[in-house]
Design a protein around this ligand. Structure first.
Ligand SMILES: [Mn+2]
Length: 336
């Protein structure tokens, strides 16, 4: 698969120069890359006298709260959304992959015809945005924020550096996934030069596990099932399991990565019960197995080794569909 890159630097520069009040947003259930990228862009826009607002369609993940000093990251508030959205000169949409993952924020952007700029490292799915700064070869959206800011001759502060470094750390599995490149490390090195402390960043993100997460992990790991000669490992996480552990779905972050690491496993799936007719799937893979194709078979998408899908059917119905898709992908890849 070849990488796709569109960098409308001049157009984006023009939008920033002309406007003042900018919306910054990312996908539903934001991750470290989305949040770190938002914070970095927010502080840059502030530093040049603009008025940025970060508004997401879901709440802030606890383990990235250290990147904020006050209420920089807000969750969409239904009451004032109409009044506020009318005033935006443009919206920066980060790390999105698929427009539907913007949920209500996406609908408001469309309704109020806010000009849009997409900054992303997912493959381009459509032409929904006015401008793009997109490179599917970048390890993280944080890497593209770095490119954008340096392209705009921004002076990178320690606050911005921490946010960019955290975004990249989150999406590269702490610099170990296949998306990690020489450039990723060069950017990271520059962030360290600006004063980022890698040990404390890692500690904030991964070294502060809530006990309920660990309880959930114990149960989830005990329920892993194997198929396709041990090449597929999958697990159902029911609402009851979350309740028993006192955990929420946010505590599942990283589980699919962990299960992929089992010897002989080529693909892992975490199947989360969201409702009677709503199931979320997280896919991870390695080698030839394409997670993006896997997710697409179930109406989702993502990257080659990490993807996801939300299906409007109960998990009992989804499991056989998932197994069928896995089998098809496995047999077509083993032929190559
Ligand atoms: Mn990302």
């Amino acid at each position: 698969m070849t990488n796709e890159a569109i960098r409308d630097l001049e157009a984006i520069k023009g939008v920033i120069e002309k406007g003042r009040h900018f919306l910054i947003t990312t996908h539903v259930n934001p991750d470290g890359d989305g949040i770190g990228s938002e914070i970095a862009l927010y502080h840059y826009l502030k530093s040049i006298g603009k008025k940025p607002s970060i508004v997401n369609c879901s709440s802030m993940p606890e383990n990235f709260r250290y990147l904020t000093t006050n209420q920089e990251v807000q969750e969409l508030n239904e009451d004032d959304s109409t009044a506020v959205f009318k005033d935006y000169d443009a919206a920066f949409v980060l790390d999105i992959g698929n427009y539907a993952r913007l949920k209500e924020v996406g609908q408001l952007i469309e309704f109020h015809k806010v000009p849009t700029i997409c900054i992303d490292h997912h493959p381009k799915e459509d032409d929904k945005f006015d401008h793009y700064f997109l490179d599917s070869g970048a390890s993280a959206t944080g890497e593209l924020i770095y490119d954008l800011l340096t392209g705009l001759d921004a002076e990178l502060t320690l606050t911005v550096a921490n946010a960019i470094y955290s975004a990249i750390m989150a999406d590269t599995g702490s610099f170990r996934f296949s998306n990690t490149t020489e450039k990723t490390h060069r950017i990271a090195a520059e962030m360290l030069k600006l004063g980022v402390n890698p040990e404390s960043v890692w500690g904030y993100i991964y070294g502060d596990l809530p006990p309920e997460r660990v309880s959930l992990q114990v149960e989830v790991l005990s329920k892993i099932q194997y198929d396709l000669d041990g090449k597929l490992a999958w697990v159902i996480v029911s609402k009851k399991m979350l309740e028993r552990a006192g955990a929420t779905s946010k505590n599942l972050e990283g589980f699919a990565d962990y299960i992929r690491n089992i010897r002989g496993v080529k693909a892992s799936v975490v199947i989360l019960e969201l409702g009677d007719d709503l199931t979320k799937l997280s896919f991870r893979s390695k080698g030839d197995f394409d997670s993006n194709l896997f997710a697409k078979q179930l109406g989702g998408g993502g990257h080659k080794y990490a993807s996801g899908a939300r299906v409007t059917r109960g998990y009992k119905e989804v499991v056989p569909e998932m197994l069928k898709a896995a089998k098809e992908i496995m047999s077509s890849t083993s032929k190559n």
